[in-house]
Write a protein that binds this ligand. Structure first.
Ligand SMILES: [Zn+2]
Length: 440
């Protein structure tokens, strides 16, 4: 290829003196384009002590994968000089401007890979980029930890602390969210009170103050409350609506499971013979809001609501609690919320349903925090949304789900990290920008 092509690619790759594209090798059959990049300088500054005009000692061959050019896989190759320095006496390889030391990808390729991993499962991104998953995981960890080190947490005042499991019901990760900025601040393996202290330490390493945390939204796990009392001394606890409603759903499921198993004859008497489909239909309708019922579920629930069954009472109790929360969100008044909640607790206590009696007792025990959580609607929807995003992050780590990988991908996606490499796909300027005016 002619000289013009090489200088065109020198510019396209963003290279500056002393680096130039010396040769472009284009192989259509192998779908590859290879760039030979050369360092034209005879003397260079020592990368170690910055002494100017040092002689080149030798050169090492290196290759980097770059962004594809159209459908062609692009590679950069260079003999990278090592400077033999007469001042410090060391022999040091000079850094190349297009890649990190030790990486076989160019910076732009890494930036593209990170951008893709924010929206795609890592395995899928690796397939599309034709690299190994492991190569992506290493880079996610590298860039996330670099970006997190620069993350500013000095304004954090409201946090949500929650756990999420790596596998169904085991191997827990504690996550702490910034409820104002809606970002993941911290994640750590384990879910005991110690996790809160680890968060407080991390917060202070990022410019935050543990005494500045005024409010912590949690579920009713005793461990976090204990951790907050010691590690976030000024924080008032509130219990999140999302978690409380989840407890009510669980209590209702317990009632239904026991009744359908132990009193199947009564269930048959009340509802008739139920097929597997109808049972499933009822099961889902019970958990769902009536506004989301399908026709089939509507029909099933019509009969269930009128049946003299514990399941029907449990459902009414659960809906009653939802109602209390919905009401509180509309009036946002602490006294009214407390009155409503007290009334519900006494209903639960008289319900003769053990799981609801227990839930009533739990809510009474944590009464003030539950009421605060009812009013604090700023955090409620967010905790629920965050939970959904964490599930997505889990799916993104499928096949490589270690705690380290999951935490890294969760930071990448939910951390709102401001020091990550930007996507290389910034929009181009229109062809005619600034030159012509468009004629309609
Ligand atoms: Zn030197």
């Amino acid at each position: 290829m002619g000289v013009q092509i090489e200088s065109l690619f020198t510019a396209a790759l963003g290279l500056q003196a002393p680096w130039v594209v010396e040769k472009v090798d284009f192989d259509a059959a192998r779908r590859r384009i290879d760039f030979e990049v050369a360092c034209t300088a005879k003397r260079l500054a020592c990368p170690n002590c910055e002494a100017a005009d040092q002689l080149i000692h030798d050169r090492n061959r290196r290759s980097w994968r770059h962004l594809d050019f159209f459908q062609f896989e692009a590679w950069l190759h260079a003999d990278v000089p090592r400077v033999g320095c007469t001042v410090c006496g060391k022999t040091t390889r000079i850094p190349v401007p297009w890649a990190r030391e030790g990486s076989g990808f160019t910076l732009l390729f890494e930036a593209l890979a990170l951008t893709m991993c924010q929206g795609l499962p890592v395995r899928q991104a690796a397939q599309m980029l034709r690299v190994r998953d492991k190569q992506l995981w290493r880079r996610i960890e590298h860039y996330v930890s670099e970006a997190r080190a620069k993350q500013d947490m000095s304004s954090v005042q409201l946090v949500g602390i929650d756990d999420t499991s790596m596998k169904r019901g085991q191997d827990y990760i504690t996550v702490a969210h910034d409820l104002d900025e809606k970002r993941l601040l911290f994640a750590v393996h384990g879910r005991d009170h110690d996790a809160v202290e680890k968060f407080a330490v991390d917060l202070e390493e990022h410019g935050g103050k543990r005494t500045a945390i005024a409010h912590a939204c949690i579920d009713m796990s005793a461990a976090y409350a204990k951790g907050i009392a010691t590690s976030l001394p000024r924080a008032q606890i509130s219990y999140d609506r999302y978690h409380v409603v989840a407890l009510a759903n669980k209590a209702m499921d317990e009632v239904r499971t026991a009744e359908w198993k132990d009193e199947s004859q009564r269930v048959r008497d009340e509802l008739g013979e139920l097929g597997a489909r109808e049972r499933r239909s009822i099961l889902w309708a019970l958990r769902r809001n009536p506004s989301g019922w399908s026709d089939k579920q509507l029909n099933a629930m019509h009969w269930l609501q009128r049946a003299n069954l514990k399941t029907a009472r449990a459902w009414r109790l659960k809906m009653g609690l939802r109602e209390v929360f919905a009401h509180a969100r509309s009036h946002n008044d602490a006294n009214a919320a407390a009155t409503d909640l007290k009334r519900w607790i006494s209903w639960a206590r008289r319900s003769r349903l053990d799981s609801f009696k227990r839930l009533g007792a739990t809510l009474r025990e944590h009464f003030d925090g539950v009421v605060r959580g009812m009013l604090d609607h700023r955090s409620n929807a967010f905790v629920e949304a965050m939970n959904g995003l964490l599930q997505q992050a889990k799916r993104a780590a499928r096949g490589f789900r270690t705690a380290t990988n999951f935490i890294a991908i969760a930071y990448l996606r939910l951390g709102k990290l401001t020091h990550l490499p930007a996507s290389p796909f910034v929009p181009a300027m229109p062809l005619a920008a600034g030159r012509f005016t468009h004629r309609a």
